[in-house]
Ligand binder design. Structure first.
Ligand SMILES: Cc1ncc(COP(=O)(O)O)c(C=O)c1O
Length: 421
């Protein structure tokens, strides 16, 4: 399951960050070998997280500039709280009971109406499965589609939880680099397709790059997958992970994958655009025109159940039914993006200006992105090495933080850049 690149990154990170102490010197592990390896692989992220906590304790939280997590800093819109208050006073019985595994009919209807506004063909409630966040939606779709050893092509850099999700369902990631501006490299994608390819998994706006894929690129990808579906005699599915769809800047919009390709899924959540990541609410939607749609949705409903989710949280389903078209004030994130991009450009950093999400993925001035991120830590600036996203030579800055953090971190960003340039 490990690609050459993954192996390289793993070894590099392992040499820089030791295994957690509780794993050291143990022969008989209580946890499965695979989980042990995953824990070791994740240890550098934990190490950075712990480093952040230690620094906050030592220097005071206000003097540590934490850009490491994609945890939205904006509060949910006021309409969310108003909706919750109304729901609490709803006198109807059985509001907290089990329900059909696909979710509440009213919520699926609201989601379908929302989707119908952004795609050529209208969606119906039967095309929607409410899920435990976008992570839950991805697991539901992957479990529904994958036979052991099936391959999923993923453009890099990418959200590496995908590797774990694929492994959950015995899928194999085939990682393909994007172009230097992080747009899709279609010839590279094409060369990664084999007779074991079951799906291509894209994420736009992208974590960690902020890239929004253009309409023409999606159209061309759809055509390519159509060709290979005919060649292979079965669909190569397109799974589009879109939790940042509403977080876009400068008036751009995210093109529809449903319009670009028939055999497509959208997986998403309200985690980022309504600032509800802890509430674990999202959905998976199939293209209303998908071949064998009934069987596939049936599989997804079963998978939602047997993965142990059973159904998405009832209270949140009832809440988001009223909020499908809403979001936090996106102009606030655009302001943060601009402040960060202007500041870093003045310090000599180079980057692709993000069109969406709340991440910037600048180049590190030295090849060793882990070393550069460590140097920033010395300035109490916490970022994540690009290697962790299959994007070596870069770092991810999550700017879903207050403006003051961006402003106060800038002299430190400048000092570290001066040291290396
Ligand atoms: C690209 C991407 N996909 C999926 C998720 C998971 O989202 P959720 O918290 O809704 O499960 C995240 C969370 O950061 C993400 O960045």
């Amino acid at each position: 399951m490990k690609s050459g690149l993954e192996d390289f990154i793993y070894k590099k990170i392992k040499s820089d960050y030791i295994s957690p102490s509780f794993l050291k010197g143990r022969k008989n592990m209580p946890v499965a070998k695979k989980i042990q390896t995953s824990m070791e692989k994740s240890s550098w992220i934990r190490k950075m997280f712990e480093e952040g906590i230690a620094r906050k304790a030592k220097f005071g939280a206000e003097n540590v500039f934490d850009f490491s997590l994609g945890n939205p800093n904006l509060e949910p819109p006021i309409s969310f709280k108003k909706t919750l208050i109304d729901l609490v006073h709803d006198p109807n019985p059985a509001l907290h009971a089990y329900m059909p595994n696909a979710g509440l009919a009213a919520t699926r209807k609201a989601v379908a109406e929302h989707l119908s506004k952004q795609n050529r063909n209208p969606s119906s409630p039967e095309d929607i499965v409410m899920t435990v966040g976008a992570g839950g939606a991805l697991n539901v779709v992957l479990k529904t589609l994958l036979n052991p050893g099936d391959e999923v092509v993923i453009p890099s850099p990418y959200f590496v939880e995908y590797n774990f999700y694929l492994d959950n369902h015995q899928g194999v990631p085939k990682v393909v680099k994007t172009k230097t501006d992080f747009s899709l490299d279609l010839p590279a994608l094409e060369s990664a397709i084999t007779d074991r390819t079951k799906a291509v998994l894209i994420n736009s706006p992208n974590n960690p790059t902020g890239k929004v894929y253009g309409k023409q690129d999606l159209q061309a990808l759809g055509e390519l997958l159509g060709v290979y579906s005919r060649k292979l005699g079965q669909p190569v599915y397109l799974i589009s992970d879109e939790p940042y769809r509403k977080i876009v800047y400068d008036g751009i919009s995210v093109p529809s994958v449903f319009d670009a390709y028939q055999e497509s899924f959208v997986v998403t959540s309200f985690s980022k655009d309504l600032s509800l990541p802890g509430e674990r609410i999202g959905y998976a939607a199939v293209n209303p025109e998908m071949t064998d749609k009934g069987m596939i949705v049936g599989g997804m409903v079963l998978c939602n159940r047997v993965l142990g989710y059973v159904n998405a949280p009832a209270f949140m389903q009832r809440a988001v039914a009223h909020l499908v078209d809403e979001s936090v004030d996106i102009s606030l994130y655009q302001g943060k993006r601009d402040m960060l991009c202007n500041g870093l450009a003045d310090c000599g950093y180079t980057f692709e200006k993000p069109g969406g999400a709340f991440y910037l993925f600048p180049e590190t001035p030295i090849e060793d992105d882990v070393a550069f991120v460590q140097a920033l830590q010395e300035e109490n600036i916490l970022t994540v090495p690009g290697s962790g996203f299959y994007g070596p030579g870069h770092m991810r800055i999550a700017y879903c933080v207050d403006d003051r953090t961006i402003e106060k971190a800038m002299p430190g960003f400048e000092r570290v850049m001066k040291k290396y340039k």
